[in-house]
Design a protein around this ligand. Structure first.
Ligand code: SAH
Length: 363
C-alpha cells in the first residue's frame, strides 16, 4: 500500500508547521497541473516534493454512454490495480461522481460484480480524492473537444463504486475531510453507502472527526433470511441491531435535511414480493426519518433476475401506501454497464447484458 502524500511530506519535512501542508493540499484542487506550478511554496521545497506523484490514479479506459450523460473510467492505481469511477449528469444541471473506496470488495454480495472479485486492497485517501480530481481535469479537457460543451461543476459525490467504505473507515474519513475542506461541496452533497458494518456505524456516533455526510445503508431486505441470502455478511440479529443504531443515529443527527437512506436492489421473486414490501414498511416506520431508494438490478450473473417493471411499481406503491418516502433510482449508462465493478469485469472477461430497456431506464 503506498504512503499518502501527507505522510511522505511529513517524512521529508518533519518540522514544517501544519499550515504548510494545508497550502500544498489546496494546490491539488487549484489550476496547478504539477509540482512546478505550486508557486505558493519555496522552490527548494518544491524540488524535494517533486518525486511524490501529483496524481495517484491513471486512466486505463473510458466509456461514454450514447447520450453523453454517463462517463465511466477504469483507473489504475499503484502499478496495475484497477478501480472504477463514474461521472453522471444530475438533475441539478451538474455532475455526480461515484467513487470507489477499495480495489475489489470482501463483502461477497451475490448480485454485485465487485463482490465476485474479492478484495485486493483498500484505497488510501489520496486515491479516493484523486478520483474527484481526475473528473475535474476530465471535464476541462472534454470541453475542449469539438462540439462538446458541458458544465464543469461536480455537485455531488456518492461512495457507491467498488468496495465497502466502512471497511476502509480511516481512509474514507480522511478523504471526506479533504474533499469538504478544499471543494465547494457541503456535507449534504456527499453520500457514503454501506452494507451496514455495525461496529463502524457505532463509531460514527461518537467520532468527533467523522463529518456528517449523508449515509445510505444497503438493506436489500427487512426479512432476516432473505437478507442473508442476498448479503452473505448479514446475520440473524442484524436487523434489530440496525434498527436500534438507526434510532440513536437519527436522535443525535437527524433533522429536516438529514435523514437516512435504505437502498434496496430489486431482485425478482427474492425480495420484491408484497410480503417484503410490508416488512420493509414496518421496519422503516419503526425507525422514522428514513427514505427508501429502490434500485433496478443491473444483471451481473445468473443467480438473480431483475424484477419486472410492474413488480417495482407495485412495490413502490405498497411502500407509499404505508407512508414510506420512496424513490426509484434512475438507471444511467446501462449501455456501458455502469453498475459498480461491471466495467472492470467486462473489460477483463466477458460481455454483460442489462435487463432494463431504454424505455424504462429513466424513471
Ligand atoms: N459496499 C457499499 C457500496 C456498494 S455500491 C454498499 O454495500 O452499500 C452501491 C449500491 O449499489 C449498493 O446498494 C449495492 O448493493 C448496489 N449494487 C451493487 N451492484 C449492483 C447491481 N448489479 N445492480 C444494482 N445495484 C447494485
Amino acid at each position: 500500500m503506498p504512503l499518502t502524500r501527507h505522510a511522505q511530506f511529513q517524512l521529508l519535512f518533519p518540522d514544517e508547521p501544519a499550515f504548510r501542508w494545508n497550502q500544498i493540499e489546496s494546490s491539488f484542487f487549484s489550476s496547478a497541473k504539477n509540482w512546478s506550478e505550486v508557486t505558493a511554496i519555496p522552490s527548494a521545497m518544491r524540488e524535494r516534493l517533486s518525486p511524490i506523484p501529483w496524481m495517484s490514479v491513471e486512466l486505463v479506459q473510458m466509456q461514454v454512454s450514447k447520450n453523453g450523460d454517463t462517463h465511466k473510467a477504469l483507473l489504475e492505481v499503484d502499478g496495475g490495480k484497477e478501480i472504477e469511477t463514474v461521472l453522471m449528469k444530475n438533475p441539478r444541471g451538474a455532475w455526480t461522481i461515484c467513487v470507489s473506496s477499495q480495489v475489489g470488495c470482501a463483502m461477497r454480495c451475490g448480485f454485485c460484480a465487485t463482490g465476485k472479485m474479492g478484495l485486493t486492497r483498500s484505497l488510501i485517501s489520496d486515491e479516493i480524492v484523486d478520483q474527484y480530481r481526475f473528473w475535474g481535469d476530465y471535464l476541462l479537457t472534454y470541453n475542449l473537444q469539438p462540439k462538446t460543451f458541458v458544465p464543469l461543476r461536480i455537485s455531488n459525490i456518492v461512495f457507491m463504486g467498488m468496495g465497502e467504505p466502512l471497511a476502509n473507515y480511516e481512509a474514507v474519513k480522511e478523504s471526506l475531510n479533504t474533499l469538504l475542506a478544499h471543494t465547494d461541496l457541503g456535507k449534504t452533497r456527499i453520500t457514503v453507502s454501506t452494507v451496514g458494518v455495525l461496529p463502524r456505524l457505532e463509531q460514527i456516533l461518537t467520532d468527533q472527526d467523522w463529518p456528517h455526510v449523508r449515509l445510505a445503508v444497503s438493506l436489500h431486505s427487512a426479512i432476516a433470511q432473505t437478507r442473508k441470502q442476498i448479503v452473505p455478511t448479514s446475520y440473524d440479529d442484524f436487523l434489530p441491531k440496525l434498527e436500534d443504531w438507526a434510532k440513536r443515529y437519527l436522535t443525535k443527527f437527524g433533522n429536516r435535511r438529514h435523514h437516512l437512506t435504505f437502498e434496496y436492489v430489486m431482485l425478482k421473486d427474492v425480495n420484491d414480493t408484497p410480503a417484503h414490501a410490508k416488512a420493509l414498511a414496518l421496519f422503516v416506520n419503526r425507525i422514522g426519518h428514513v427514505r427508501v431508494n429502490l434500485i433496478p438490478y443491473n444483471l451481473t450473473g445468473v443467480e438473480f433476475e431483475c424484477s419486472e417493471d410492474s413488480a417495482i411499481k407495485q412495490f413502490l406503491a405498497a411502500l407509499e401506501d404505508r407512508h414510506v418516502t420512496t424513490t426509484r433510482r434512475r438507471t444511467m449508462g446501462s449501455d456501458i454497464a455502469a453498475a459498480c465493478g461491471q466495467l472492470r469485469d467486462r473489460y477483463k472477461t466477458r460481455d454483460l447484458a442489462t435487463c432494463e430497456s431504454p424505455a424504462t431506464s429513466s424513471t
